[in-house]
Design a protein around this ligand. Structure first.
Ligand code: ADP
Ligand code: MG
Length: 415
């Protein structure tokens, strides 16, 4: 079937013609469809039979949704999303939505409807706590990153996987809008006018600009593992018991720290947003402490699980077991592991810092901050974010544990 953009009516006809999908519903008679996409790129429909069965249909449009048809974008992004979802379902079962069907020509994927979950960004503003989240997300990160890296795969296996995830168009979006345009004159940049001075300083801070260029070079060239590459708190749906990562259309073979950095940077932006959302000091401090502890747990559990997977599965061509087979070799292997994981922490800080800055002065901020309508109050959080992001980037080479990142958050936010 040739590509056509679906709407609330045609999406139902489409599904009824797919025998593998129509079987998922108890009845064909009363299907209803609703477009719920609040994302920037695609359209997302929920189709429901009114008897407790529903699916999500996510279809790519031939342009960037936020920008309209003046900004063409290839449809193949849904191919990468589907491929990544299938891979993540194998590597981290239960932590991503199930895929029911994929239609290349229609540029759509049919997947599990997470109707008992909500986007993480929203409850974090309401100061909701998720006791199992750090355990779930650290498992997702450790397993998806380890099993797609050279620590687990042979050289040829890794190259073959990498070749399946050459995703140039969506990589280009991140290369431009995370690492480049926010830090120079570019028409789509937006910022709070009360930040003019801070932004001018960022844009002319030579040491910072060199470090951001170094992080961009890593993003463009360091193919460590198949990463999600857009792992913010709007790409996570969860409830008290269950966590799912959605929307991996940016997936490609890139640096692991980009995923961990995106996640903890979003948690810190939420932390800062509470200076405005939660004026009652006791409630604010108590939730902010919870968020810092969440960051600490996410990193520490990730590092622990990643190291364990590595010890249990030392199969990859980097470095094979025999390489360490000499007196003192196992101690050197342990030192190498420590060095490798510490570099991931430093990358996490560098990428997290770049992403934090771009949210303050680039094409898109985050909802947690943009809903603060009073620009003076918003500027308070935003200035802190600029200082934290800058220091995470500039000081990353001295970091040896997650407390090093957290103490900068405390110092710059006065907490
Ligand atoms: P985009 O790629 O356009 O950013 P997303 O994948 O982020 O699209 O989806 C947009 C919105 O649709 C999400 O914020 C979420 O509210 C909803 N959504 C996406 N996938 C699912 C799903 N599997 N189950 C329930 N809701 C979903
Ligand atoms: Mg998306």
């Amino acid at each position: 079937m040739a590509y056509r953009a679906l709407d609330n009516d045609t999406v139902i006809d489409y599904l009824l013609n797919q025998s593998s999908i129509s079987d998922l519903f108890k009845t064909d008679q009363n299907l209803t469809a609703r477009e719920i996409g609040d994302g920037n790129l695609n359209q997302v429909f929920v189709v429901d039979d009114g008897l407790g069965n529903s699916v999500i249909v996510k279809q790519a449009l031939p342009y960037l949704r936020v920008a309209g048809d003046s900004w063409p974008l290839t449809l193949e992004r849904i191919h990468f999303e589907t491929k990544a979802l299938k891979l993540q379902n194998e590597l981290a079962p239960g932590l991503v939505p199930q895929v029911y069907d994929y239609d290349e020509e229609m540029a759509l994927v049919v997947m599990e409807n997470l109707n008992r979950h909500e986007l993480m960004r929203k409850p974090l503003v309401k100061r909701i706590r998720f006791p199992l989240f750090a355990d779930h997300i650290s498992t997702y990160l450790a397993r998806t990153l380890f099993f797609t890296s050279d620590l687990y795969l042979s050289g040829p296996q890794k190259k073959s996987l990498q070749a399946q995830f050459i995703n140039p168009d969506l990589c280009k979006i991140q290369e431009d809008f995370v690492f480049t345009h926010p830090f120079m004159d570019s028409p789509e940049n937006q910022w709070n006018p009360l930040l003019d001075d801070e932004i001018a300083k960022v844009r002319s801070n030579g040491d910072l600009k060199i470090s951001i260029a170094a992080m961009k070079a890593k993003y463009m060239t360091e193919g460590q593992a198949i990463i999600h590459s857009d792992l913010h708190t709007g790409s996570i749906m969860l409830n008290e018991f269950d966590t799912r990562v959605i929307d991996p259309e940016f997936g490609f073979c890139g640096p692991m720290g980009f995923d961990i950095g995106a996640l903890i940077e979003n948690i810190i932006l939420n932390y800062l947003s509470h200076f405005s959302h939660t004026p009652q000091e006791y409630e604010r401090l108590s939730y902010q402490e919870y968020l810092l502890d969440l960051v600490r747990k996410i990193w520490n559990l990730f590092a622990e699980k990643f190291e364990k997977l590595w010890l249990e599965n030392p199969k990859g061509d980097l470095m094979t077991k025999g390489y360490w087979d000499y007196p003192g070799g196992s101690e050197d292997f342990a030192r190498y592991q420590k060095w490798y994981i510490n570099n991931l922490l430093r990358d996490t800080a560098g990428f997290g810092g770049c992403k934090m800055l771009r949210r303050m002065m680039g094409i898109v901020s985050v909802w947690d901050i943009t809903i603060i309508k009073d620009t003076a109050k918003r500027a308070v959080c935003e200035k802190m974010a600029i200082r934290i992001g800058t220091r995470w980037i500039l000081e990353r080479d001295r970091f040896n544990c997650i407390e090093d990142l957290i103490s900068i958050v405390r110092e710059e936010s006065g907490a």
